[in-house]
Every structure is written in C-alpha cells, then in structure tokens.
Design a protein around this ligand. Sequence first.
Ligand code: PMP
Length: 359
Amino acid sequence: MRVYNFAAGPATMPLAVLDEARSELSDWRGSGMSVMEVSHRSKDFVQVARESEARMRRLMAVPEGYRVLFLQGGATGQFAAIPMNLTGPGDRVSYVNTGSWSAKAVAEARRYATVDVVADEAATNYTTVPDQDTLRPADGAAYLHYTPNETIGGVEFGYIPEVGDVPLVADMSSTIMSRPVEISRFGLIYAGAQKNLGPAGLCVVLVRDDLIRRSRERTPSVWDYRTMAAQESMLNTPPTFAWYLLGLTLKWLEDQGGLDAMAERNRTKAGRLYAAIDGSDFYANPVAESARSWMNVPFLLADPALEPVFLQQAQEAGLTNLEGHRSVGGLRASLYNAMPPEGVEALIDFMKEFERSHA
Ligand code: PMP
C-alpha cells in the first residue's frame, strides 16, 4: 500500500514519476540497460541533463545571465561553497538567522569569512521573520544570505528581502519550485533536491554570471562554480539516477501546469491544514501567522503525552513520518509539491477523529 508520506526530506515523490522510472528501469530508451548503467558522457544522458536544465529554466522563468549548476554535497556543501566562491580572504558577509538551517549556514560561513548576523529571531524563539524595514546588509557585505523557508521551524518569509546592490543568496532547499519566484532579485539560489525536486543526491545552484568570476584558491574543483559551469556540472561522475529522476519530476511539474498551478495547490493545502489546527484547542502551531510555511507545518498537541499515540495511529491509517525534527520534537507535516491534496484531507480527517476520541 502506498502511504501519504509527510517526511521533511527525503520526501514523497510523485507516483507518476516512480511509475515511469519503474517502467523503463531495466531497459532505458531501448538501450538494454538501466539509466544507472549508461555513461554520464553518453549522448542520451547528456540530453537528459540538458533537458533538465532547460525545463528548470522554463519552469522558473530564469532570465538570461544565470547559470544552473547541479552539484553534489547537498545544501550543506553549499554552506561552504558559497563563501568559497563569493568571497576573498577578509571579506564580510551578512546572514539572517531564522532558525536551525540558517544557524548551520552561519557556522559554516564563519570558517571562511567574517559573518555579521544582521537579524536574529531568537527573541521569538524563531517563530517570526524579521521586518523588511529592519533588514539591512552590513556595510561592505559581499552578499546577504537568508533561508526563505526553515524546514524544522516551519517559518517562511512572505517577502523577498530588498538589499540594494548586495547580492541576495537564498537557501531554497525546502521551498524551491513550490511557487513562482522573481529570480532576478537573487544573486544565488541553492536547494537540495530531496524535497520538491526528486531524490537526494543533487543540489541545484542558480547563480548570476557576474558572481562566478572568482573563487577562492583551494576551492575544491567540484564546488568551483566557474569550473562546474564550464563543464556543464560534469567535471566528474554525477549521481546519474538522481539527475534522471529530477528530470522526470520537472516534466511532471510541467504536466501539472507549472509553478502557478503548484502555488495554488500548495497555498490551498497549507491553508486547509492551518485552518484545522487553528480551529481546535487540541492542536496548536507556534509560528506567527505572517511567517507560516506552506511547506512544513509543525504542530503540537495540547497534551504532549498523546504524541506517541497520535504517531502510532496515524501510521496505522497510512499517514507516515509526522514526527517533528529530533531537535525540537512535536509533530510536523511536510506538504511539498508531490503531496497530493487528498493526503492533506486524509490527515485533517484523521486529526479530527483523533481529537474526538482523545479530547
Ligand atoms: N537547508 C535547509 C533549509 C534544509 O531543509 C536542509 C535539509 N533538510 C539543508 C539545508 C541541508 O541539506 P542537505 O542535507 O542536502 O545538505
């Protein structure tokens, strides 16, 4: 039985994508081999890679002047690669701290540059995002980094920070392609693929051409944007199966009507779940209303002792991976692109029934 999988990542994938992959698993495009067994330099695979890039550009309406890179090492690799590529020794960089993932980005960046944390939401226990009016890069910042969606806290920016001429760098790991975004506002966008784009193994980096002219000496070649751009992200052997599944997922996104359709669907899914939480004294979401995430919805039970019972019964009802991140506990439902609206409705029905029998 296929379950509704609310995991934060690796996360649920579209069934149509899995079915398509299965149908050609042992004989891909008449090659008599799986896609995993062909050379990444073969004509057919290079075509997969180029089509994926073209689809991504189309779906996200990426303007001229940006490179699309497919790198390894996850978003965590980029926490280091970004300062390595965008700063020189002694440079200052500005970071916004809205929770666990931005804090990790800060810690890694400190190994390479002088970091000014120009906004920190500690005072609200990371349940808010800073006001645009107060958000400024420090003088001389090489870039400003922020996390549009905090996967663990379920805290999301409702706006794109206005930072003047300073390049804006965004960790879109848990929000990429969940809605249209004005790419030209950003210097660099990066995202691990394992939430909205497919399986783990690839990190997508969109970077403005003028930012990839210099990288720091001793930057590993596989993370050097200039080298990887020149090699079409194939300096070395990429995770070909992940890349192929990313391609199928992008095709599925197009079939669904692209990012406008996804935005509508994601807005509705999240709205339905928040309404169910807010409409009950049994459940609560700690995040400020204006900063609530469409993608990751943390919630608490009025009686935390019931959490294991909730998780057990949800599991039995085919609703899986609803536990909060190990660092914060509680419950969390991740509602990425591939979570169908019916999954959210099934969760809401389950929550209502659970409340009736335990309140
Ligand atoms: N940033 C965010 C917002 C994330 O959610 C995650 C993973 N959950 C990461 C970074 C780290 O990604 P990876 O595991 O691909 O390194």
